[in-house]
Ligand binder design. Structure first.
Ligand code: ZN
Length: 300
């Protein structure tokens, strides 16, 4: 661990995360609808190749291939009993690709269900499920946690609490997904930016962020400004991070297609950096070529 202190590192200059995982897996033969997370166990060589491609492109950190590796999301694929194994394997393969110098963030995504009273999940069960994932990731040797693509504050808070209580003191980054509508930026569950940031800061995170969503590149810059303002008025020192998609998706034959070029993506990241966010990566539609363009344009 010597020389690798994520909490100190994210306070400094540009810290580049990776881009999308799913599309890279599909490009290497994974089939849509199958369990991507199980590939950590079944085909770790493919996952390793993708992590390496991102480090080669200039990423300082990669996210483990464990976005859906909680017991609720895994149940849909029949792997509910494999939570520990999948997370440990995902962390190990990323750690091996990262070596001693680069960073690994243990990726935690939504359950895919709602908590009571909207849905059937109970808070103690969800906290327990995230705790199980957190312990698996830790055993595999990560440097911190990244909780992503959340839309509901109750579920997000439980994931943060689990990462803080079972995470061995490792840093926690947490992120929600926003779309821009007539009421401004809101998550699917109606949460606005000031409310999201205030809640994440109150539960206790090292960095607050946004990822995914359906914004255009200009709207992501606007969202960045809103986030930085909300973080400043939170009264606590908290970093902000951004993982935009490669622009607004277009629906072609029922599939989302992202047409933003690496150069255009890097230009938008330059504007996001100017807005005050130095922890940057990409979500849907971004690949190693986008990360490389960002590294070339913004790394000094
Ligand atoms: Zn995405």
């Amino acid at each position: 661990m010597a020389g690798r202190d994520l909490r100190a590192r994210i306070q400094k200059d540009l810290f580049l995360l990776d881009g999308a995982m799913g599309t890279q897996l599909f490009a290497r033969g994974a089939e849509p609808g199958q369990c991507n997370d199980w590939l950590n166990v079944k085909s770790p060589d493919i996952v390793m190749e993708i992590h390496r491609a991102y480090f080669d492109a200039g990423s300082d950190a990669v996210l483990t291939n464990t976005f859906g590796a909680n017991r609720y999301a895994l149940t849909r694929h029949g792997y509910a009993g494999k939570v520990s194994e999948i997370n440990r394997a995902g962390a190990q393969v990323a750690r091996e690709a990262a070596g001693d110098r680069c960073y690994v963030l243990g990726d935690i995504g939504p359950t895919g269900d709602f908590l009571e009273p909207l849905g059937t999940l109970r808070a103690d069960q969800v906290r327990d499920a995230y705790g199980e994932q957190v312990r698996g990731l830790r055993e595999g040797g990560i440097d911190g946690f990244i909780i992503e693509t959340m839309t509901a504050l109750d579920e997000l808070s439980l994931a943060i609490e689990a990462a803080r209580s079972a995470g061995g003191g490792l840093p926690v980054l947490a992120s929600m997904s926003f779309d821009k509508g007539s009421a401004g930026f809101r998550t699917m569950m109606g949460v606005d930016v000031p409310t999201a940031v205030a809640k994440m800061v109150a539960v206790g995170v090292d960095a607050v962020g946004f990822n995914c969503g359906t914004a255009s590149l200009d709207e992501y810059v606007e969202l960045s400004e809103a986030y930085v303002a909300a973080a400043r008025s939170s009264g606590r020192k908290v970093q902000v991070f951004a993982e935009p998609n490669a622009g607004k998706p277009e629906l072609v034959d029922g599939r989302a297609v992202y047409r933003v070029s690496p150069t255009e993506f890097a230009a938008a990241c330059g504007r996001i950096l100017k807005a005050g966010i130095h922890i940057l990566g990409g979500c849907c539609g971004t690949g190693p070529e986008h990360i490389q363009a960002v590294a070339e344009a913004l790394k000094t």
